[in-house]
Write a protein that binds this ligand. Structure first.
Ligand code: CP
Ligand code: NVA
Length: 312
């Protein structure tokens, strides 16, 4: 299993065993953190560029802190403060940055930008969210499911809302890899990309899980162990806001929908930031079932795991 020096653009490029290792490393590193460890020195003398075209609270902070804890120096570069804002091509930026730093963590509007960046960078490029995927989020999320429910295998993981969302795509790929029964409950036209569906089915065959799509919200959440949702209007999709709110309203995660789960224990997850009153309501987000704060914390541990695995 080789991670050092590889790009992490999408979980599509990683097999089920590699995804399992990323999740296990997250939980192992968290145990050390909970025991009081704050310094690892695994990346002493290295540096990491964090280049962001879109806003971020959690991903930026968790990668910056994780780099620091590993002994590496994080350099945050927002698009608007760099020459990217004046039209310098991504291929020039990538070639230059990769001569200064040991890895590039990048959040981009278009996934193709990451592909271009990876082509021209001779250091690993790690996707900190694109329009299509949010792989580092999913590693922390699946670690959270394992932590809360003991195991991911055979758990019923239901994503409710925009099924073509970056977070949904990565959650589907990661949780089918670990043997979960994964369902996307969405409106027609919001199904995951075909390439994600095909890969999820293939992963489920290998891991003993399953993958399906359901349009009926109440039927879709029945028997769930995990109900996961994300915003209906992702960054960069603001033009479609009105239509998305209309189409996805029946999929709001509220008390009425949660009654459909049945009489059992389950957790509610959200990558945050949440739009209260849209994809989720306040009472659910703040309820004892909500795992969102531990989930957000696990982004720090997954960022540390990913940097330590991938940065040469
Ligand atoms: N979950 C997540 O990626 O949050 P940020 O946009 O704050 O990084
Ligand atoms: N799907 C959301 C996730 C934010 C972390 C977005 O792309 O805006």
């Amino acid at each position: 299993m080789v991670f050092k020096g590889r790009d992490l653009l999408s979980l599509l490029d990683f097999d089920v065993d590699e995804i399992r290792i990323m999740v296990e490393e997250t939980l192992r590193s968290k145990m050390e953190y909970l025991a009081g460890r704050r310094e690892w020195n695994l990346l002493r003398g290295r540096s990491v560029a964090l280049i962001f075209e879109k806003p971020s609270t959690r991903t930026r902070t968790s990668f910056e802190v994780a780099a620091f804890q590993l002994g590496a120096y994080p350099v945050y570069i927002s698009k608007k403060d760099s020459q990217l804002s004046r039209g310098e091509p991504i291929k020039d930026t990538a070639r230059v940055l990769s001569r200064y730093v040991d890895a590039i963590v990048a959040r981009v509007l278009k996934h193709e930008t990451l592909v271009e960046m990876a082509k021209y960078s001779d250091k690993p490029v790690i996707n900190a969210l694109s329009d299509l995927f949010h792989p580092t989020q999913a590693i922390g999320d699946v670690a959270t499911i394992k932590e809360k429910l003991g195991e991911v295998k055979e758990k019923r993981v239901v994503f409710v809302g925009d099924g073509r969302d970056n977070v949904a795509h990565s959650l589907v790929l990661a949780s089918t890899s670990l043997g979960a029964h994964v369902k996307v409950v969405t409106a027609p036209g919001y199904e995951p990309l075909d390439v994600v569906i095909a890969s999820a089915e293939e992963r489920a065959r290998k891991s003993g899980g399953s993958f399906s799509i359901e349009y009926d919200p109440c039927k879709g959440v029945r028997g769930a162990d995990v109900i996961y949702t994300d915003v209906w209007v992702s960054m960069g999709f603001e033009d479609e806001a009105e239509k998305r709110r209309r189409d996805l309203m029946p999929y709001q995660v509220n008390e009425k929908l949660l009654k459909c789960v049945g009489n059992k224990e389950f957790i509610v997850m959200h990558c945050l930031p949440a739009k209260r009153g849209e994809e989720i309501v306040e009472e659910v987000l703040e309820s004892p079932r909500s795992a969102v704060w531990d989930q957000a914390e696990n982004k720090l541990h997954s960022a540390r795991a990913i940097l330590s695995l991938f940065v040469p």
